[in-house]
Design a binder for this molecule. Sequence first.
Ligand SMILES: [Zn+2]
Ligand SMILES: [Zn+2]
Ligand SMILES: [Zn+2]
Length: 332
Amino acid sequence: MSDTGSGAQPHAAATRPHDSAVTDAFGLLGDGTRLAVLLAIWEAHDPADEDNSLSFSEIFERVDYDDPGNLRYHLGKLEGQFIERAPEHDGYALRVPAQKLVRDIVAGVGDHDERLEPTPIDQRCPFCGAGTKVSYREGILFWACHECDGMTPGRDFASFDPPGPLAAVSFDPAGLDEWTAEELRAALAVRGRRRTREQFEGLCPTCSGQVDARFDWCDDHDPDGCHACGLRWRVGARFRCRTCENYGGASPRRLALFHPAVVSFYDDHGVSTRFRADEYERAKAVYDLVLDHEVELVAEDPVRVAVTARHDGDAIRVTFDEDVQFVDATRG
Ligand SMILES: [Zn+2]
Ligand SMILES: [Zn+2]
Ligand SMILES: [Zn+2]
């Protein structure tokens, strides 16, 4: 177990990229033939099928290689870490880490050329009322307002692209073609919610390390363009992974929806807080609900942050502690 104290040093695994096991694994794959072998076995792979192996002669045929002796050499290198023999089927099968790796390749991880130019969607900017756009570059899906500074009204983003970020999340390029621009907006919300939820629950969505959480606030805040903090909202939750230092932020108004009592509160008023990546209108409606949540920094020592949701004359208030965990929920 690693140290769980809040002042813990980064986990020892942070040094892993320098370990010989990691460099060896990447070295093993630094050969086009070996990747082609993994992809060939993957193509024959069917999760519903008991036999997911491919025989030597089938691999030889699929990778279109001209030297069987040399192919055996490459298979030998992959065996153990990435593939295993399936003697009952007289073939080779992918081990789980190789399946994950091939899925990443199929998802387009490592492909940095894919772009989506800013595309208008039917959702107004909550701050200035202008139309908004989704775009994609370098593995990040953006939702932005091109007329105001979005979530960062105090920052000079004249050269920033897109100019007024409203939300952004890492997204694999293979998903881009599947969705309309509006569905991408909902997909961004689904992915962002999941990543934030993992961080909120202490798990790094990038490396599976442990995550520390705290609140940050601006003492001299101007919501219309704060030069002190540069941000739209005065109070924010900050998440940082101890291992990979992956960093994330979220407004507590969003985190409030992770409390089951808040979900029930809306359900009791016939309002669903659920949406899928292909349910753009519902995603939009939930965004509007969250926007109306009121955030209050109740105390600084110890830190207490409260979020109040109101509907039809009713209200629910949830309180977070200094570690961004719920301490209570009260209705009325
Ligand atoms: Zn705007
Ligand atoms: Zn500020
Ligand atoms: Zn991490």
